[in-house]
Design a protein around this ligand. Structure first.
Ligand code: SF4
Ligand code: SF4
Length: 56
């Protein structure tokens, strides 16, 4: 299992710096999570002010 970023993402970038696995990067419209790198720690979900991250 990995986490994913939904369309509610505002692009603030807080999740990128919160991820210790370097799994989050800026995509075309929103930030994205690489499921191969994500270890499902939940840190990004906890920190996201837009509640835009959820378990996939
Ligand atoms: S913290 Fe939330 S709103 Fe900010 S870039 Fe990440 S997913 Fe988007
Ligand atoms: S759940 Fe953890 S490892 Fe996965 S993207 Fe979020 S912060 Fe990174």
């Amino acid at each position: 299992m990995a986490y994913r970023i939904t369309g509610a993402c505002t692009g603030c970038g807080k999740c990128e710096s919160a991820c210790s696995e370097d799994a989050i990067s800026r995509g075309w419209r929103r930030y994205e999570i690489d499921p191969d790198l994500c270890d499902s720690c939940g840190a990004c979900d906890y920190i996201c002010p837009a509640n835009a991250i959820e378990p996939d």
